[in-house]
Design a protein around this ligand. Sequence first.
Ligand code: 5GP
Length: 202
Amino acid sequence: MSGADPQSVPIASPEGTGRLVVLAGPTAVGKGTIAAYIRTHFPQVWLSVSMTTRPPRPGEVDGVHYIFVAEEEFDRLIAAGEFLEYAVVHGRAKYGTPRGPVERALAAGHPALLEIDLQGARQVRESMPEALLVFLAPPSWDELVDRLVGRGTETQEERTVRLHTATRELEAVDEFDVVIINDDVRRASEQLVSLMGPRPSA
Ligand code: 5GP
């Protein structure tokens, strides 16, 4: 792990293509909030829209927050090799990154951001080793529990499963290139975007 200093991170994207950055981290750490902030404030960053088999939550828009699909459609796309990565998250729903849009964004020179879970981040590391893996960490474990409980969108049983997942996910920090502490949404978002370019000309 190279720490959070952008200067210390090797730039590996081929000349003329965008940089692929993967944002992962424990459940409820605020990945979605960071992604939403970047969508609003940094339109130059191309944000992947994941597919999922889970139903939409109130306020979520199909095609913007996720592409919501049925289980059969998701499985058909797996078989067709249409996902850059996919995983079953929290033992319930399937989530995946459609491959084509990411490849097109990078080829067009856009910095691209994936907000995905740890299993997905590991798959991207395998298939695209030049990707930069960023771990979003909570300021503390207590803070993470507060955020998970405070969100209020999960049942007690779901929260228990998510906290169990989060414990395992926190242990994975050493697999990442950079750690960003989510102490402030704006600060953390700016730090993330600073990792995405511009690339040095040399
Ligand atoms: P939620 O259901 O709360 O929106 O997301 C649950 C988890 O799924 C989050 O940790 C989120 O990062 C992860 N996730 C969202 N999209 C993808 C994806 O395309 N691939 C993978 N592997 N995980 C995803």
